[in-house]
Structure formats: structure tokens, C-alpha cells
Ligand binder design. Structure first.
Ligand SMILES: [Zn+2]
Length: 285
């Protein structure tokens, strides 16, 4: 079975604040290793449970999505990194051939409180992202896209809030709570050395259950998709100009954009595009 692992940074064990996951943070290089170690724990669990191939895809949007330590990652995997990938944003490696999706180091959706570094896609620009009127987070995008492809989400690791949010949409998924969120930048953390065996065991159970056909695919939301993205501040002239030239976007107010998409490949990319549309001439997504 081929296993797809999406690795983000906000839900990595031990990390609680923005400076932990930003390039200029004093611990950033160390934290890259912690991120890689949590990923390795999931990889090990997946292979131990019988995975034949593991694709790891970077999901953390700093340094053009190149954050994992390539020297330290389990050599049995392939890693998708860098910006400008084909297909749904940060899910280029997710296709029908995947047997199960594991989300490592993921975080709660925008608008959550508490919720360690809770956001949906863009910290800077997105106050709230709704799909068909309901707030959604990054795990929703993965669950829906995977569901379109007939692939289940089998595990998430992160704080207790993202765990709850994933259980709401995918009650069959293993949830590994590596920290208990107190606020947006505070949590009671399990030290990484103790969190990793939990992640490994969660991944092992998820892959074992996927192989046994015990996991379901998420199909509760169906296309066409209609999103509403509330911005943290009024859009700039450049953003307005870029968005207006694209199909599938409608500006409802200076801080509110409606996005429509026939599938979650395009939906994911279109919503993500708004987060970087404030650059002159950037009209690709
Ligand atoms: Zn991230």
C-alpha cells in the first residue's frame, strides 16, 4: 500500500509559537529537525504496518515549502517539496493510487480558540475560510480532496483542537494529541521523545486499518464547492486586480471573496491563490 504523509509544522511536538515555525525564529533550525523526527515516526509506523511506498509532502509555507531536513528524513521515502507543484496545493502526491493519507504536525482551523497557531492556509491574510457556510481548516481540504479520489484520511497528529476537528469529519481517523492547546501560542506539550512513539503507533494503526479496509472516505461535502474567504484586512489594489482577472472568484466586499470550484483540486488551489495574490503579475495558481 502506498501511503501519503502531509507534514506541516505548527502541530509538531514541542512547538507552540509563530517564531518556532518562522525562518527568523531562534530555534528554527532545531525545529526543522523536530519536524523531520515527527515525520520519521509516522514513516516508521507506516512501513512497520506494511506500507510498500511512502510519499511525504511538505505543507509548511515558509522557505518555499522546503523545511524538512533532507539529511535526516527516512531514506525509504520520496519527498515532494518546493513551490509551483502541479495539482491541488500541497497535495501533488495525492492521487488514486494512494491507500491512506496521514497528516503529521497539522493545526486547527482559522477562527479556533484555543488552537496552537490556528489558521487556514494563510496566516497573514485569512481570518476565516468557509465552505458551504461552515468554517474549514486544512485537514478539511485534504479529507475532501482525498475523498474525491476514494482515499481515506487515517491519522492526524497535532494539538487536541485539530484532533477534535478531524474526529468531527473523519471519526474513523487515528488522532495523536502531542500538545494540549491553551491559547494560540501556548500549550501543554508532551516532549518530542515521548510524542514520537505515539505518532509511530498512530500511523501503524492507521495503515493496519487501511489495509483491512476499515477506514472510510470522506464524502459528506460534494462539488461544486462554494467558499467564502474573509480577509484579515482590506485587499490591496494589486490583489483586487489579480483576482478580478481569474475565473471562479467574486469580490463580495473589500475583505470578503467568494470562490467556486468544480473539484477540490481547483478549490484548494484557488483558495490558496488568494493568500499570495498580493504580488503584481502573479496570476497563476
Ligand atoms: Zn504550516
Amino acid at each position: 500500500m502506498k501511503v501519503f504523509i502531509s507534514v506541516d509544522m505548527e502541530g509538531i511536538s514541542g512547538l507552540v509559537r509563530w517564531a518556532d515555525v518562522a525562518t527568523q525564529g531562534i530555534d528554527f533550525q532545531l525545529n526543522r529537525s523536530l519536524m523531520t523526527a515527527d515525520a520519521n515516526a509516522a514513516i516508521e509506523g507506516a512501513f512497520d504496518a506494511g506500507a510498500t511506498q511512502v510519499i511525504v509532502e511538505e505543507n509548511h509555507g515558509v522557505e518555499e515549502l522546503c523545511v524538512l531536513m533532507m539529511e535526516e528524513i527516512d531514506p525509504r521515502v520520496e519527498v515532494i517539496r518546493g513551490a509551483g507543484r502541479p495539482g491541488a496545493t500541497t497535495a501533488a502526491g495525492l492521487d488514486e493510487s494512494v491507500g491512506v493519507v496521514l497528516l503529521v504536525g497539522h493545526h486547527a482551523r482559522a477562527g479556533s480558540f484555543p488552537g496552537v497557531m490556528a489558521h487556514t492556509i494563510s496566516y497573514g491574510w485569512f481570518k476565516l475560510v468557509k465552505l458551504h457556510g461552515e468554517p474549514i481548516g486544512e485537514p478539511d481540504f485534504f479529507a475532501i480532496r482525498a475523498g474525491e479520489l476514494g482515499v481515506p484520511v487515517g491519522m492526524v497528529s497535532g494539538d487536541h483542537v485539530v484532533a477534535e476537528q478531524v474526529r468531527e469529519i473523519c471519526p474513523w481517523a487515528e488522532t495523536v494529541e502531542v500538545k494540549h492547546a491553551y491559547a494560540k501560542q501556548s500549550a501543554k506539550c508532551i516532549p518530542p521523545a515521548r510524542a514520537r512513539p505515539l505518532i509511530r503507533e498512530g500511523a501503524m494503526r492507521a495503515v493496519t486499518r487501511a489495509l483491512a479496509g476499515e477506514l472510510q472516505t470522506y464524502t459528506s461535502v460534494s462539488a461544486p464547492y462554494e467558499f467564502e474567504v474573509t480577509l484579515t484586512k482590506p485587499m490591496t489594489g494589486t490583489m483586487n486586480e489579480n483576482i478580478t482577472t481569474q475565473d471562479g472568484f467574486e469580490i463580495l466586499a473589500e475583505n470578503l471573496i467568494r470562490v467556486t470550484a468544480p473539484n477540490m483540486d481547483l478549490g484548494f488551489r484557488r483558495v490558496a491563490y488568494i493568500g499570495y495574490a498580493d504580488q503584481a503579475g502573479v496570476t497563476r495558481y
